[in-house]
Design a protein around this ligand. Sequence first.
Ligand code: GAP
Length: 517
Amino acid sequence: MASTNNEDLFKNIISHAKEYGFIFQSSEIYDGLSAVYDYGQNGAELKKNIRDYWWKAMVQMNENIVGIDASIFMHPTTWKASGHVDAFNDPLVDNKDSKKRYRADVLIEEHVAKIEGKINKEVEKARTRFADGFNEYTFRTTNARVLENQKKIDDINLRFKAALEANDLVEVRQIIIDLEIVCPISGTRNWTDVRQFNLMFSTQVGSVSEESSTIYLRPETAQGIFVNFLNVQKTGRMKIPFGIAQTGKAFRNEIVARQFIFRMREFEQMEMQYFIKPGTEMEWYKYWKETRMKWHRSLGFPESKHRFHDHLKLAHYANAACDIEFEFPFGFKELEGIHSRTDFDLGNHEKFSGKKLQYFDPELDQSYVPYVLETSIGLDRMFLAILSQAYAEEKLEDGSERVVLRIPFFLAPVKCAILPLVKKDGLPEKAREIMNRLRFDHLCQYEEKDSIGKRYRRQDAIGTPFCITIDHQTLEDNTVTIRHRDSMLQERININEIEKILGEKVSMRNALMQISE
Ligand code: GAP
């Protein structure tokens, strides 16, 4: 069914993801497990391609960044040193009538987003009214209603920031009461106290209960990098500044798990820790903000889909932090974090392990604990960003409709479909010949069932950039039809040109060149 609003659109994206083998609910036959998802045949490919793009942009394109693969389980003291045992908490509040549990910070942020929505509506109204003469900056800085609403936002943010910094949960609750925030289910303001809840999952290692000890499933991959800092620096003869990159699973006992794969209990991170000289962190913070935004923009989405958002409350390890936010169908939300983590982690691991984690700087002729600049992005969130941006419902000139995933070509799960027009007359054999040439470089799909139109639609729905159709003319003159996903245009080309065209069009090279300019 065609989407009429963003809520419908999001629902349609979720069912499309299931119908076409991108994402399934985990253990669905047992009615699923909340906030845990599995990637299907097309989802796994798309996810792998996004991960590869990130890895190549980080590791292959930067001589001073190397990649590692650390374990999920780590010595339990790691999490004491990192601060996660004591401070990795979410402030939670329950509504006594609906018995539903919420993150107090999310309730307040959503209230602020509503006021922002009002401002944006005013701006859009004025844009229509004044047409070409409209100056958005002047309007936002002079219109009385906009200014009044902006002041409300600033006041809330200021008060909320102070409450979080002072860890004053009574004040956080009072803000919710004062803003008259109601539970979306019961519609009442009957809130419990706000409590802190630690997000780490724990389990036991050791076979005999007396011998076993509690360990945690890592809530971030970053700590695997910190504890290996010296191993990599020494064995790789790395000189500061240098980076260590890693992708892998992380686990958080998210209480308010919503919005499909946006907030999961088991998810994948792509993180890079950049080790730098103390005092240079603001310079590198700026550099990595720009570099990471370039990576996002290289996917060709409209610029308006991304924005920076400075953190109101800094995490326990950071002295500067911001998010790159993406406009999902449910609004602008965090996609990636860029954090200046100072020497917090390495310094604490030194303290807790009793081992020196220092770098000898030959230029300064002295040793120091490096500072760290981190970029951290959720692979699943990036997947959702791409899926929601790529998904399009189109009405065609002939009155029919199609759903197409306009995934950047180099990330598409299947790069090319090979379609014999009919299942006889030697066409399947010719098609297999082409398939056998292409499969060394690209994931291709061979399909001979159903009409050619239906097969095109199925490929559009999974985002395949090119379809190659083999017909009777192919046997005569060695030409095929190549159909382009986005324009649906078809051209006749020689079979020998296919590899060259695909090689150029679906290569990651163009995107990598764009970010290295
Ligand atoms: N090492 C720093 C760190 O973990 P974070 O802001 O907590 O920072 C980084 O997480 C990124 O991981 C987020 O920007 C988001 O993309 C992703 N992420 C965090 N929690 C997530 C969850 N529950 N489900 C999916 N992705 C998540």
